[in-house]
Design a protein around this ligand. Sequence first.
Ligand code: ASP
Ligand code: MG
Length: 297
Amino acid sequence: MKIYKFGGASVKDAAGVMNVAEVLASQDFENCLLVVSAMGKTTNALEIAVKNYFDKENYQQTLEDIKQAHIAIANGLFNESHDIFSEISLFFDDIISFLRRNKSPNYNFVYDQVVSCGEMISSRISSEYLVSKCFENTWLDARDFIKTDNNFREGAVDWELTGKNIAALSKEKNYVTQGFIGSEENNFTVTLGREGSDYSAAIFAYCLDADHMTIWKDVPGVMTGDPRKFQDVSLLSNISYEEAIEMAYYGASVIHPKTLQPLKQKSIPFFVKSFLEPERPGTQVGNSTKNEETEMK
Ligand code: ASP
Ligand code: MG
């Protein structure tokens, strides 16, 4: 089983979702579990909707704008009779009726019920698009698998329950699911902290004893510095889990130690690769301490 994670930047528009299919075509799409984030800046936009709701401002308009952005993406991927359009509308109707009925003053609770919809919609669109391109897959609701405590916005994983749930999955299928979200004992949605989709991928990798995990990014791999800030940065082709964890503490890496820990514990090889150049080797993170650098071309 292998785990692929596609972040918000990789599915920010219709071309991005189409490119996911291109990436899969360049690899072998077999026994693969795909974890996807919310599209582009959707999470930020949903955060604003929640804030507007508590500030008694026009949250409906904010939600309408987010809905239209998703419909525009779906328009670029499906013909107008596809069921996905009513599904997208239903997600937003559900958010609005939840907010109208909500009596809870708990900001973090409300946040998680609303903001998680970004991943739900993104994963539904991606799953359906891949099916339409003959990448057969089963869509999973990650909240049925990843169980957490009720610390909304920063859920702590119940590894025992989560492990049991995920172990029930067949390892001979392809799946598409959401990053960032799990659920607590009453099945309310709990998010795992901003940028938590990498962590979700690592949770699935750990519980499935995955052969490897790849995070597809808009950079060639783990770099010696931020290519947007420095000129002479190079790609690290091979680093150890410890080096990756250290880099994260110094702010040099984009991979969170929380994500690296489960992979390190089971020595699951982990790659950071470019979704724009999927054939390039990217960075491999593993047990090796060899630290080869290759010049960026
Ligand atoms: N969509 C969430 C965020 O933007 C989770 C993630 O992208 O990893 O924080
Ligand atoms: Mg994101």
